[in-house]
Design a protein around this ligand. Sequence first.
Ligand SMILES: NC(=O)c1ccc[n+]([C@@H]2O[C@H](COP(=O)([O-])OP(=O)(O)OC[C@H]3O[C@@H](n4cnc5c(N)ncnc54)[C@H](OP(=O)(O)O)[C@@H]3O)[C@@H](O)[C@H]2O)c1
Length: 234
Amino acid sequence: MKTVLITGVSKGIGEALRLKFTKEGFDVLGTVYTGVGKINTETGTESCDGVPKAKIFELDLSSPESIERCANEIIETGTKIDILINNAGALFDEDDTSVIVDKLRKTLEVNLVGPIDFTERLISQINSGGQIINISSSAGSLEKAGRVESHYPYHYPSYKISKAGLNMYTCTLAQRLKKSDIIVSSVHPGWVRTDLGGPEADITAEEAALGIYSVVVSDKETGGFWFGKERMPW
Ligand SMILES: NC(=O)c1ccc[n+]([C@@H]2O[C@H](COP(=O)([O-])OP(=O)(O)OC[C@H]3O[C@@H](n4cnc5c(N)ncnc54)[C@H](OP(=O)(O)O)[C@@H]3O)[C@@H](O)[C@H]2O)c1
């Protein structure tokens, strides 16, 4: 059985990914942050009857201590990982049209530095032939910057900067891990109806999870930026 580790499985796209991968027969490890109460972390599994089980760990990506503790807990289980999906993320400056430096720091911790720290601590646990998927956004595309109607040219700059940075991590890590035969990808999930995407968005979290799953199971080269089977411009 293959093992997938997904961050941010309490709600939104992460929750839909957790359910999709469990349904597809994967062993699922997940992390939660404030959504701890929703999933029974004492037993390490979900509490609702009839819902597929996942092993749950607590993780706050803005805290180096939490990242270290969570990564060590996962390593201590001795479980090898086939797929790591860095899904958890936050949008703190949705209504801003210029950079608010405090929000930029917070955004970079959660969306960029945290996922990098978490990934680097777990790379040794990822099987050869495995994958690292960074959930990015078309908002982080430099080529699309200022050209996409849905991403107004100077709105939510900190979020955009964080996703552009995450894309560069995908590129550099992909080159570094070529010899280990680990595929590293950035994936845009679409504009998704979640707390982050809002109620006007195009697709459901379940549809987004299907698109991300299709990237995971497709033949692809490392270091790509994908939206389903389509390439996204960097
Ligand atoms: N929705 C969209 O339209 C859209 C578009 C492009 C990209 N994305 C990306 O897709 C990913 C998932 O977004 P979503 O729409 O599903 O958002 P969401 O519904 O708001 O869920 C965000 C997830 O991230 C977790 N999280 C937030 N802050 C965290 C922290 N400090 N440490 C650890 N986990 C934290 C949350 O955990 P708790 O609930 O436990 O607090 C939650 O599970 C994000 O990376 C986002 O940038 C979304």
